[in-house]
Design a protein around this ligand. Structure first.
Ligand SMILES: Cc1cc2nc3c(=O)[nH]c(=O)nc-3n(C[C@H](O)[C@H](O)[C@H](O)COP(=O)(O)OP(=O)(O)OC[C@H]3O[C@@H](n4cnc5c(N)ncnc54)[C@H](O)[C@@H]3O)c2cc1C
Length: 451
């Protein structure tokens, strides 16, 4: 018997493979619905993603699972040629220069023509081209970016672009864990700009950068959940037992103990730390040390005929340096046209991130009012939305801070010393959906191999 704690995409992926292998399992999920941060709602022809809206194509695990689930026909790709992102600078929206890979310029002409950064930074970007290979101990994203391209690149490119993925603070995020590809380039080649420019001219990209499901990522969760044996209730305690583990579940208030020979802990690391303190106290404290950030998303639908604001491509990012409350905004219908009817415009606004958890305490009406005020100031939008939704994700995004790699090694060594214990989820070796699927499926594969 296997118990899985946590019904996000990591736990559900583990359950799916165990079910297919005929291994009995119970997935314990404390919320009344499964999916974790993945949730899709529909409103008058609009597909509303309450959490993630797509996944990166370069990591194959999500697409592979989608194909296995028979959902390949529902997959749509991002329209990268038409993708236009803006970044706010001195209160105005400036187009992200074409050819910018994360914060690395790969098309000098578009960076030179852009008002996003000044001449000092442009010269610095040019000089980066001549750097030779270097090796550094793990350092923060801020140190890494500033070292290569200067402070302005950090403030107006790296910070807003990374906030969109991690909701994190670049002064704390570990470059080795968050941008391992760039660290490898630094080590082997030196210049990121030169390496990416060479890669760009030799590679012809055939895949879209991002993919998603036309009807929403909730379909992925639904398909996985159909295979899972789910019990709704919080796991409250875990103990070792003769056969493996006992898990106390607050299901319908009974506080029943359930027995398992394998345990997949796929809830956030802070929750895993609370549950595992009787199993291995050092492991529990290492897990609790992984910080998390919170975020809130407001979703607003407008009649296209009434929309009087600037139409800012696929959306815009607001650097922290601009000192606004809004972090980012997506024009959903431009990013994924299948998700919004032509007579409507849907905006998804992001709040929260590192140090801004307090915004989650705002009541729904207040958050919508803040979002509207921000959009009035940035886009000049005064039209009233015909639909509003607010979705909160407290302590949902694990932060890979400097030293994460070393902490992870210690976590892995403690976890592997407890027979039958498996960890999965966004706290460990990847924050995105494909990574979480991979970790869930790897946990299942280890169990299947020993059964
Ligand atoms: C707002 C937002 C937007 C994102 N956008 C993207 C994106 O576009 N693309 C992308 O690839 N990634 C994105 N991510 C990241 C990615 O979606 C998540 O990292 C991933 O889905 C997390 O999956 P998980 O299974 O590890 O955890 P979760 O989804 O957090 O699931 C953990 C589950 O454990 C349950 N749980 C907790 N404690 C207990 C307990 N004691 N007992 C039982 N159950 C418990 C929770 O209720 C939850 O359902 C986004 C994340 C957020 C928050």
């Amino acid at each position: 018997m296997v118990i899985i704690v946590g019904g996000g995409v990591a736990g559900l992926s583990a359950a799916y493979d165990l079910a297919n292998a005929g291994i009995p399992h119970t997935l314990i999920e404390k919320q009344p619905r499964v999916g974790g941060v993945i949730e899709t709602r529909q409103w008058e022809g609009c597909v509303m993603e309450c959490g993630p809206d797509s996944f990166i194509s370069a990591k194959p695990e999500a697409m592979k699972l989608i194909q296995e689930l028979g959902l390949a026909g529902d997959v749509i790709g991002s329209k990268d040629e038409e993708r236009v992102t803006y970044i706010q600078r001195h209160g105005k929206l400036v187009r992200l220069p074409e050819g910018t890979t994360m914060f690395v310029p790969t098309r000098p002409s578009s960076m030179l023509a852009s008002p996003l950064v000044g001449w000092g930074t442009k010269i610095r970007m040019g000089l980066e081209f001549f750097r030779g290979p270097e090796t550094h101990p793990d350092r923060s994203v801020s140190e890494f970016v500033t070292d290569h391209f200067g402070r302005e690149t950090l403030d107006y490119l790296a910070e807003p672009l990374l906030s969109g993925v991690y909701g994190g603070d670049p002064d704390q995020l570990s470059v080795a864990s968050v941008l391992p590809r760039f660290v490898e380039m630094e080590r082997t080649k030196g210049s990121l700009a030169r390496t990416l420019m060479a890669a760009r001219s030799s590679a012809k990209r055939t895949e879209p950068l991002f993919r998603t499901l036309k009807s929403g990522l909730g379909c992925l969760v639904d398909r996985l959940a159909a295979k899972a044996n789910v019990v709704h209730g919080a796991a409250e305690a875990i103990e070792k037992s003769e056969g493996g583990f006992r898990v106390r579940v607050a299901s319908k208030g009974t506080g029943d103990w359930m027995e398992a020979d394998h345990l997949v802990v796929a809830c956030p690391a802070w929750a895993a730390g609370e549950l595992l303190c009787d199993v291995d106290s050092r492991l529990a404290s290492l897990l609790r040390m992984i910080p998390y950030t919170s975020s809130a998303i407001t979703q607003m639908v407008f009649r296209a005929s009434e929309f009087d604001g600037q139409r800012a491509g696929t959306g815009f990012l607001v650097p922290r340096a601009e000192r606004r409350r809004l972090m980012a905004c997506t024009f959903v219908g431009t990013k994924f046209p299948h998700r919004v009817p032509a007579d409507k415009i849907t905006l998804r606004c992001f709040f929260g991130g590192s140090g801004n958890d307090a915004v989650l305490e705002e009541p729904d009406d207040a958050l919508i009012a803040i979002a509207r005020e921000e959009l009035r100031a940035i886009l000049g939008l005064t039209a009233a939305p015909i639909f509003t939704g607010v979705y909160r994700w407290p302590r949902a995004m694990a932060q890979y801070i400097v030293g994460h790699g070393a902490r992870l090694k210690e976590i892995e060594s403690h976890a592997s010393a407890v027979p039958g214990l498996h960890l999965a989820g966004n706290a460990y070796t990847g924050i995105g959906i494909p990574d979480c699927i991979r970790m869930g499926r790897q946990a299942a594969a280890r169990i299947i191999a020993t059964s």
